[in-house]
Design a protein around this ligand. Sequence first.
Ligand code: HEC
Length: 168
Amino acid sequence: MKCRPSQSHLSIYTALFSFLFASFLLTAALYETTEAGDTLTSQRVLLAAAKAPAKASKGFDWKKLGAQVYTNTCAACHQPNGQGVPNTFPPLKGNAVVLAKDPKDHIQSILKGVQGKKIGGVAYQTPMPPQANLSDEEIAAVVNHERTSWGNNAPTLTPEDVKKLRGK
Ligand code: HEC
């Protein structure tokens, strides 16, 4: 005898199918909610990161590169200990631009150089040459290095921050 679904079998199938479809819809709805929740959370995290840029450098591995760039490009003038040379090269340890929460001036001093600026009451005779040949990564790394060395403790940044200022 052939097995043909009877009327009652059919309604069980229909019920089962409706149940599965409903579950699917529910899962989809739940998934949407969670997604929205996640987006909200990541927006909060981003906001928090913007308020405390120290967290913004998460994922950007700058320590080794920063020390390297500093030694190769900056230490000749600002000295390995960041103290500079009195009346010739300004110290970066305790420097207001290096410690400023907003890294704009710190980044621009590297991209554009510094000339005729009185720093800590001292007028420097020689200008600082621009170092725009450094990549966004190298500049962000060396800025972070200066912001966290010799007792300095200022928020760090990412290559994106440098990219935004380049050419401005
Ligand atoms: C040839 C010497 C020289 C080199 C190399 C040099 N600097 Fe300078 N830097 C100076 C001088 C001189 C000044 C001050 C210029 C002035 O006030 O007119 C200065 C100023 C600065 C300032 C600004 C401080 C302020 O208060 O505005 C920062 C930040 C800085 N340098 C960072 C760096 C970094 C980072 C590097 C390496 C990528 C670097 N410097 C390489 C000589 C140098």
